[in-house]
Design a protein around this ligand. Structure first.
Ligand code: L34
Length: 306
């Protein structure tokens, strides 16, 4: 066999982007800074999370956020309210947290029950405490490139690209999904000047025609479409960098929990084609949490708002 043929026979597989490792590196940096603040005799950052109802995934995420805050030496409080909490009551909670000088930043975990208008809640959060980066003021600042809180998941993805030195300049970056919390901000950030950025961005959504033709052109494919296993290997260019933001619980009788986690990407097959790929779990999820802590530290230091 010629050497060329032998090389062709080797099973290629992507480098796994390790969100746990990168989030640990970021948390270690935050932890060090928090320790220095506390050594000066200050209280240090305090993050609060509001959760309404009993969505099991939200419960898991908020618990992880609280645990992560403690792991870097931050204070953390969780405010729990029942499913039938009214919009009025929740707005009062927001007002209270906005006013409380001991709370540096807080989040309202989404989704909220159907009878509550999420936009109305988000708009009530003081932009200076909006460590999720969801308030229109922070979204606007991000869009025009002014300093402000970046949404945690897109910020976390930028950290992953940086950590692995992934070249983004002049590359075709295709984002699947146009949500306010991931797809839309991600598309804006990747098109910005600088690194990571300077990409040529295409934002695809449910009305996109010829999706596969577009995704096949992606050097960087960021998937936040909310459909398990949606991206199959025939949609991916050889050597693409694939970032999977999806997270779904699918039934798995063999697992003690009764479910397993999968992303929006058919990981097992796509990894044979990609150059880099994020796994689910252990990819983007841990970065969302680390970025939230990073924002909370910035809120404490009043980096963006006096
Ligand atoms: N307000 N709502 C608000 N802010 C957010 O930033 C979020 N998000 C999304 C849902 N709603 C929100 C999160 O926190 C998604 N999300 C999130 C956070 C953490 C993880 C996943 C999603 C995470 O920790 N994922 C782990 C597995 C966790 C598990 O075992 O279920 C992972 O390794 O991917």
């Amino acid at each position: 066999m010629t050497q060329k043929k032998q090389e062709d026979k080797k099973v290629k597989t992507a480098k796994i982007i390790d969100g746990k490792e990168v989030s640990k590196a970021l948390k270690d940096k935050i932890k060090k800074e928090v320790a220095e603040i506390i050594d000066k005799g200050e209280d240090g950052p305090h993050l609060a999370a509001v959760i309404v109802g009993n969505d099991p995934a939200s419960e898991t995420y908020v618990k992880s956020k609280e645990k992560a805050a403690h792991s870097v030496g931050m204070m953390s409080s969780v405010y729990r309210y029942p499913e039938n909490t009214s919009e009025e009551e929740l707005l009062k909670v927001i007002d209270f947290l906005n006013e409380d000088p001991d709370i540096d930043g807080f989040i309202v975990q989404l989704p909220l029950p159907g009878h509550i208008d999420e936009n109305k809640i988000i708009e009530r959060i003081s932009p200076a405490k909006d460590v999720d980066g969801f308030h229109p003021v922070n979204v606007g600042k991000m869009a025009i490139g002014q300093p402000g809180f970046l949404p945690a998941t897109p910020a976390g993805i930028l950290e992953l690209l940086k950590y692995y030195n992934i070249d983004t300049e002049g590359k075709n970056c295709v984002v699947l999904g146009r949500s306010n919390i991931v797809g839309s901000p991600m598309s804006i950030l990747m098109s910005k000047k600088g690194y990571p950025g300077n990409s040529t961005v295409t934002l695809c959504h449910s009305k996109t025609e010829n999706l596969k033709e577009i995704t096949k052109n992606a050097d960087i494919l960021i998937v936040a479409i909310g459909k398990p296993g949606f991206v199959t290997e025939d949609m991916v260019k050889d050597g693409a960098v694939v970032i999977d933001v999806g997270i779904h619980r699918v039934e798995d009788k063999e697992s003690p929990k009764g479910y397993k986690l999968v992303g929006d990407v058919d990981f097992e097959n796509v990894k044979k084609k990609a150059s880099y790929i994020t796994p689910v779990p252990g990819g983007v999820g841990p970065m969302t949490i680390a970025s939230l802590l990073n924002n909370t530290l910035k809120a404490y230091k009043k980096e963006y708002y006096k």
